[in-house]
Design a protein around this ligand. Structure first.
Ligand code: KDG
Ligand code: MG
Length: 421
């Protein structure tokens, strides 16, 4: 076999069959109630793709990364070479991983998959390999100021058809616990231009939360899945104690019980409890969860499209996880735009080791800026059949909602020490 002695240093952009080129790419920032960063990639064939790069409270960092460092690299490339472009942006930058880089890569990746599926005339799930299921089970967010209020809110979700509900309660003596919102329909934690300061006390929390799940099971029985998000607040030993105390209530999962940078911590939690464990909404690559997965220290991996470099990389994480029977449970808070939600639903429809999908409804203003074909039906979300991921952006409407800086809260202990939010 003859190998070229001096291979070209630049790849031939026209190596596909026939030529196709990226002719332009633009970042659109809009705030229809909350901020979203959207990338639109255009081609010489008239087909365009849309990707999401939103990072709650740090949106402009992704905008700069895309505009200054990525868009100039895209122009003239063949948009069909999704894998090569992913590798080029990931390896080629030298500076790998991290939430900003991986969101910028995700925005490009999802826009390219959108283009490819539109060119193929297929809904994205079909291009990924076709359906593994007819519909996607989602969990909604019930929250109240105390146990009685939260129990009522869970009842409301049950009456709306939800099969799975995350329950968060305010804690007596603690102002502004995580997950408790004034507006019960649309929860949005990023509020002020400066971070809101909240107060945290582990003892009060650990005393109160098991009582919530006791009351919920007492009231509604065991037919529905119940979930709970600890939001990184506990030490490994405290997390193990909570998991053990929640066992009688048969939770679907206990989420983010301890800060997840320390993967080894989950070994301790796992040794003490059979409550299923979920983690990963702040993970950006397989490298963040490799040990957790291959040591079977978790049950659900929660990283998602926008956070982990798009479909190209999330698919890889899911395949890796399937070897150890770890299932997906993609993050789906409102800061993941309808573009991510739509793409996630195609992923969920295809991925064999699907677990559940988080679903926090967007406001009508957001839904109008991002027309989409997915819909909620009786506790499930269904992706549409439109070629591509089925989500578009109304740019004229988006322009009416300028960027508005908003920050996530912080938490402090009662003595003033900064804690994990
Ligand atoms: O931007 C941060 C939110 O997405 C996060 O706080 C929500 O923990 C969250 C969840 O599980 O949805
Ligand atoms: Mg969470």
């Amino acid at each position: 076999m003859n190998y070229p002695v001096n291979p070209p240093s630049q790849p031939d952009l026209d190596r596909g069959t026939g030529s196709m080129k990226i002719t332009g790419a633009r970042v659109i920032v809009t705030c229809p109630g909350r901020n979203f960063v959207t990338l639109k990639i255009e081609t010489d064939q008239g087909v365009y793709g849309i990707g999401d790069g939103t990072m709650n409270g740090r949106e402009k960092a992704v905008v700069a990364y895309l505009e200054e460092h990525i868009i100039p690299l895209l122009i003239g490339r063949d948009p069909r070479r999704i894998e090569d472009i992913w590798q080029y942006l990931y390896r080629g930058a030298y500076w790998r991983r991290g939430p900003v880089t991986m969101r910028a890569i995700a925005a490009v990746d999802v826009a390219l998959w959108d283009i490819k599926a539109k060119m193929a005339g297929m809904p994205l799930y079909d291009l990924l390999g076709g359906r593994s299921r007819d519909r996607v089970m989602v969990y909604g967010h019930a929250n109240g100021s105390d146990i009685a209020h939260t129990v009522d809110e869970v009842g409301r979700y049950i009456s709306e058809g939800y099969k799975a509900i995350r329950a968060q309660t305010g804690i007596p003596g603690l102002d502004k616990a995580y997950g408790i919102s004034k507006d019960k329909k649309f929860y949005e934690p990023a509020e002020g231009e400066l971070p809101l300061e909240t107060v945290w006390d582990t003892r009060k929390y650990l005393n109160y939360v098991p009582q919530l799940f006791d009351k919920l099971r007492d009231t509604y029985g065991f037919d529905h899945h119940l979930l709970h998000d600890v939001h990184h607040r506990l030490t490994p030993l405290e997390a193990a104690q909570l998991g053990k105390r929640l066992e009688p209530y048969s939770l679907f999962w206990m989420e983010d019980s301890t800060p997840a940078e320390n993967q080894e911590a989950f070994r301790l939690i796992r040794q003490h409890t059979t409550t299923p464990l979920a983690v990963g909404e702040i993970f950006n690559t397989l490298w963040d969860c490799k040990d957790l997965i291959q040591n079977q220290l978790i049950d659900y991996i929660r990283t998602t499209i926008v956070s982990a470099g798009g479909l190209t990389h999330l698919r890889r994480i899911a395949d890796f996880a399937s070897v150890w029977q770890v299932r997906t449970g993609s993050h789906g808070a409102t800061d993941l735009s309808p573009v991510t939600m739509g793409t996630a639903l195609h992923f969920d429809t295809w991925v064999p080791n699907f677990g559940i999908q988080e679903y926090m409804r967007h406001t009508p203003e957001t839904d109008a800026v991002f027309p989409h074909d997915y819909r909620f039906d009786d506790g499930f979300l269904l992706c549409g059949e439109t070629p591509g991921h089925g989500v578009d952006i109304d740019e004229a409407l988006a322009a009416k909602y300028p960027y508005s800086p908003k920050q996530l809260p912080v938490a402090r202990l009662e003595d003033g020490t900064l804690w994990n939010w």
